[in-house]
Write a protein that binds this ligand. Sequence first.
Ligand code: ATP
Length: 427
Amino acid sequence: MEKVVNLCKRRGFIFPSAEIYGGFRSTYDYGPLGVLMLRNVKGQWWRSMVQLRDDVVGIDAAILSSPRIWEASGHLATFTDPLVDCRRCKERWRADEIGDTCPNCGSHDLTEARAFNLMFKTFVGPVEDDASAAYLRPETAQGMFVNFLNVLQTSRKRPPFGIAQIGKSFRNEITPGNFVFRTREFEQMELEFFVPPDEGPKWLDYWCTERLNWYRDLGIADDKLRLRAHSPEELSHYSKGTYDVEFAFPWGWGELEGIANRTDYDLNAHSVQSGQRLEYFDQGSGERYVPHVIEPAAGATRAMMAFLLAAYDEDVVSGEKRTVLRLDQRLAPYQVAVLPLSRNESLRPLAREVLHLLQPHWMCDYDETQAIGRRYRRQDEIGTPWCVTVDFDSLEDRAVTIRERDSTEQVRVAVGALVDELGSRLS
Ligand code: ATP
């Protein structure tokens, strides 16, 4: 864990936010490599959930919206954690996490637990009163429910069909921590899949399999993943069945994604609150019903952390220890690095030509500083699957050396065949 956190900082994946001011309460900024990788995580999710399907469409709903949404969804009343204060050291804790002892000072002198709402409250407009109160969304899901009719009417879909969304969510977590595992601002990737009421259990199974396979396909080993059913006491009030996809984090199993059968709870709640009938009506058959909803809800930032932890490795190449991120090439920040053998001016024009040849196809890094061996190590450490080296022979034969990250094997390829050659290896 510490090695991955250090690598993230050192190489520009993730920085503590506002570091020049001493940081800010477990918030993080994504640097040049982190933003690329996070985009890839979200891109792969979108590809599998939206692009490769004809029964899911996407939306991008507002983060600030009507407080009536949170009244209907139950978040205003019940989206709370039990909070206790230590009377001796004044630290605050989640009561369900600590029992009767303060983890900071060991005191048993704790206040009674009280419900603490996790939503961030703000005011819209110049007046700070109850009528102008609004909340930063604590999940993206409600955006799909309140747009159910809009999407149904404009997309001409019928159940079973889904609405997908990726975006920021905010929760005033009492105890953020474990790097980006739990932060107050984070990114979610959620699907609300609307099905005929009697098909809920079938689709819950379907999505559990699909989602577990998504993590596997992107490189997380089977022994680091598991699907865990919620016990009856754990189930949310609206759920008729929930599974968590869990990852073996360094401190133990932790949730990557929750997959829940939310039944018709949300659509009914918004129907009551809004006075609009949120239901599916089939004009042909006259059939009318409130769909049930299966929700796979994942965290993009949390998934990125799991992919980094799963990919981190150290091995020995030519008697030298190296750090290598064995990231799937679809997630790696750069797919290709173009490296002139040395800083010699004569290599630069061809190296730049190769770079411009590859840039339309892949995210490329270009680096001409330091010895070539050190540059290979730098690319290994950030997970770049392919390095392309331009040397002095290249100027004569217009061929370059491509080197693979995991095996470090090298092959000579003609510049004219480079896009096809890398394309077949990166497909
Ligand atoms: P937890 O039990 O860890 O608080 P949750 O069950 O409340 O999570 P959900 O409401 O199901 O989480 O949210 C779906 C997903 O969003 C989670 O599986 C996780 O990947 C992500 N997520 C939730 N809260 C946070 C957070 N504070 N920081 C980062 N990711 C989060």
